[in-house]
Design a binder for this molecule. Sequence first.
Ligand code: ZN
Length: 460
Amino acid sequence: MLPEPTTLAVFGSHLLVERSGAQEVLRDHWVLLEGRRIAAITPTRPGADIVLDRPGRFVLPGLINLHNHCFSEMIARTHTEDGAGRKNDRSIIYTVLMPLTRIGLERYSPEERMAVARLGMLQLLKGGNATVMEPFRNGMPEMFAAAEEMGLRFYGAPYLMSTPDAQEGADGVVRYRGDDGAADLATWAQLHETWQGRDHGRIRLALSPHATDTCGPDLLRTIAARARELGVLNAIHLAQSKGEVATIRERHGRTPAEYLDWLGVLNPDLLAAHCIACTDEDLGLMARRGVTVLNCPRVFARAGIVANFARFRAHGLRTAVATDGYNLDLLGELHAAAIISKTQTGDAEVATAPELIDAVTREAAAAIRRPDLGVLRVGATADLTVVDLSHPHLQPLYDPRRALVWLANRANIDSVIVDGRLLVEGGRYLHADEAAVTAAGVAAIEKLWALPEARAAFAG
Ligand SMILES: [Zn+2]
């Protein structure tokens, strides 16, 4: 059981604050947390039950990662790099990742699913993520249980699909039986009933239609109406491959973004992951509709594909940076977003460090309609990510924001506080044995790879 929040004071040599709507770095102040709120930001040392008083710390609002897949990332890592598993130059989503997660769902015990979820969340927390949105295979309630147990702020997004078994044909077109998603919607409603708002609102759900090619028109319309009715977010994969574009063109004579707009689904409730195969016209349309893009550059870079943060921003789209199914490393993702944006546009001035930090703080908070997150101010929710900038590789230090994006890595995360609870301190997770969590997660994943069906996903 996690302890109840008390009072906690953190000293920052640098603090990321907002002044007159603009990001600014404040020097040598304390942040005082009382319960689940920021009570003061002050130059004088406040009294508190827990005091973190170390020089060289950069105190940021808790980082927000709006698109992550613990399960498919950890089972695939070091198996799918360097093109392994790809067939006919196509995405591994339908040929490798979905079959593997399905095997995991069907063959794992609840305790094994918990073990995998705990290992992923341990990596996320140690990497500075305070809030995570996690789309995952419907039927894994353990994701919620693990998030509740480990303390991160969690938006669980169990997939909704028109089929439990999407299959990609040799022509690259995804086909499925049925077109209603009733079973997934029923499971989602049960999970919503059980988990929505748990632990003072720390655990929540989003609706998550998997993608345009795995969800039929009726299901997508139903989901959008439910999102409105329940006041929850709607998160989808959109234009994530050329195959998806071809499928939607064949079925509906439209691009994936036009398809969603035709259904009335392209609106400010929508968080659209990837969008790499969107046309410029699509992006303009999405910007007019107030859609947020979730940009995950490294999972595509791994496959030789560009996912350019600056391209989305140039169209005026709210763009958050997230990890997707690669490495669970948000700081690494910011660094990649900077490099890929600059090399793709040939312009060093795009995707600056402040802009990228906004993409995992204020902009991400705005995308999920949480003005209490993503900002250090009195009254805001007590989520903090603290980075240790005293490491030799970060010195000398002139600009902490540039140091964070260009020089730091996740091993430099010092502390993570969520809802006033100190979860990570000195780089260590405080509320479980890291080695035991790691060993149990690894054992569960090794069991999957021992199955012939898993190895078959890679065969010709
Ligand atoms: Zn994804």
